[in-house]
Ligand binder design. Structure first.
Ligand SMILES: Cc1cc2nc3c(=O)[nH]c(=O)nc-3n(C[C@H](O)[C@H](O)[C@H](O)COP(=O)(O)O)c2cc1C
Length: 338
C-alpha cells in the first residue's frame, strides 16, 4: 500500500511521555485537595472516597453520566456525555437568539486581563477600567445589549477554570468536536471548565470587543486559553458519534468534514448549500473561487497579497455596504454584483 493509496488505513503515531500514575502517586496527588489539616478528622471517609476516585481514574471514566445520542447523529446508539449534550442545547438556543429578528443587537465585551483587586495584585486592572468605559458607551445606546465577560475571575474565583486546548484538530479535523468534548474529564479531575458557559455567549453575540494588556508581547494567558478553545467553533465536528468519541483512525479516515448527511438527503442538502452560496455577493464568491485556484500555484506571501487586494476591491462595492446594512437589520442581503 502506498502513502497515496486512498484505501490505506490512516497511520496514527503514538509513544509520547507516559502519563499513567501508580495508585500511590494518584492517591498522593488526590490528597493534595485536602492539604488543610482541618480535613484530617475525616481521614477514614477521605480514604474511602479516595478509593472511588482511584477506580474512576483506573477505569478512565471521563464522562460518567451519558445517554444514547438518538436521532440526528451518525450513530444514534452511541453514548454521549449528558454535559456535552446540555452544552450543545445551550449553543443551539444561543444561535436562535442570535438569528432572531426580535432580539436586540448583542455585544460581547471581554476584559482580558488576569489582574483583579479580588486577589494578590490587590488593585483594579486598567484593562477592566477601559472595558467598563466601553460598556458605558454601548449601554448608552438602548438598541444594544452588552454581555460583560471578565476573564480576571479565572485567577480569583473558586472553581473557575479554562483548561488548555488539547489540539485534537491537529490530529484530524473531525476529532475536534463542536462544542469541545475534551472537558470535563472527570477521572483526570479536569472539572469546572468554564467554556460550556462561554461558547453560547460568543454564539449569541453580533459583535465582540476584546480589551487586553500586553504580556510578553502577547495576549495574556487567560485570553489565550479561551482563544485556543474556540478552535472547535471554526468548523469543528458537530457529531462526536461520527468518530465514536476520540477514535483517531476514524477521524483521519473521514478527512475534512463539516457535516454528516444521510445518503438519501445528500442531494437536497447539496442544493441547499449551493443556493446559500449563490445568494452571497457574486463578486466576492467569484474572487473566492479564483483565490482557491490561485492558492495551488502561489507562495503564501504572494497569495496573501492577492487576497488583500481582492478584499480591498470587495470593500468598495455596493454589495459590501448592503451586507453591513443587512447584518445590522438582521435580514438577508440583496446583492446586485456591483
Ligand atoms: C507577565 C507580564 C508580562 C508583561 N509583558 C509586557 C510586555 O511584553 N510589554 C509591555 O509593554 N508590558 C508588559 N507588561 C506590563 C503590562 O502590560 C501593563 O502593566 C498593563 O498595563 C497591565 O494591564 P492591567 O492593569 O489591565 O493588568 C507585562 C505584565 C505582566 C504581568
Amino acid at each position: 500500500m502506498s502513502a497515496d493509496d486512498p484505501q490505506a488505513k490512516p497511520r496514527v503515531r503514538t509513544g509520547q511521555t507516559p502519563t499513567e500514575l501508580s495508585k500511590d502517586e494518584f492517591i498522593h496527588r488526590w490528597n493534595q485537595n485536602f492539604y488543610d489539616s482541618a480535613f484530617e478528622k475525616k481521614r477514614a471517609e477521605l480514604d474511602a472516597i479516595g478509593e472511588i476516585a482511584w477506580e474512576a481514574y483506573h477505569d478512565s471514566r471521563k464522562a460518567p453520566r451519558t445517554r444514547k445520542a438518538g436521532p440526528g447523529f451518525a450513530d444514534p446508539e452511541h453514548e454521549l456525555s449528558i454535559e456535552w449534550l446540555d452544552a450543545r442545547e445551550k449553543i443551539i438556543a444561543a444561535q436562535k437568539q442570535h438569528d432572531s429578528k426580535e432580539s436586540k443587537t448583542r455585544v460581547l465585551l471581554i476584559c482580558a486581563s488576569p489582574r483583579t483587586d479580588q486577589t494578590c495584585p490587590s488593585e483594579m486592572s486598567k484593562t477592566f477600567r477601559l472595558t467598563k468605559t466601553a460598556e458605558e458607551i454601548f449601554a448608552a445606546d438602548h438598541e444594544i445589549d452588552v454581555d460583560f465577560l471578565d476573564l480576571s475571575v479565572l485567577t480569583a474565583e473558586y472553581g473557575r477554570k479554562i483548561y488548555p486546548c488539547k489540539a485534537c484538530v491537529s490530529t484530524a479535523m473531525p476529532l475536534c468536536h463542536w462544542p469541545c468534548s475534551c472537558y470535563p474529564n472527570h477521572y483526570l479531575g479536569q472539572t469546572h471548565d468554564w467554556m460550556y458557559e462561554i461558547y453560547p455567549r460568543w454564539v449569541a453575540a453580533h459583535g465582540i470587543m476584546i480589551v487586553a494588556p500586553v504580556h510578553w508581547y502577547q495576549v495574556p494567558s487567560v485570553f489565550k486559553l479561551m482563544m485556543d478553545r474556540l478552535v472547535c467553533a471554526d468548523g469543528g465536528n458537530p457529531d462526536p458519534t461520527s468518530t465514536h468519541g476520540k477514535t483517531p483512525e476514524e477521524a483521519k479516515a473521514l478527512g475534512i468534514l463539516l457535516e454528516i448527511t444521510e445518503p438519501d438527503a445528500l442531494l437536497t442538502r447539496a442544493r441547499e448549500l449551493a443556493t446559500s452560496i449563490a445568494a452571497k455577493p457574486p463578486l466576492a464568491v467569484r474572487y473566492c473561487k479564483r483565490l482557491l485556484k490561485l492558492a495551488q500555484q502561489q507562495s503564501l506571501a504572494e497569495h496573501l497579497d492577492v487576497c488583500s487586494s481582492f478584499q480591498a476591491i470587495c470593500h468598495k462595492t455596493d454589495d459590501h455596504h448592503e451586507a453591513l446594512t443587512a447584518f445590522r437589520e438582521k435580514r438577508r442581503g440583496n446583492y446586485k454584483g456591483r
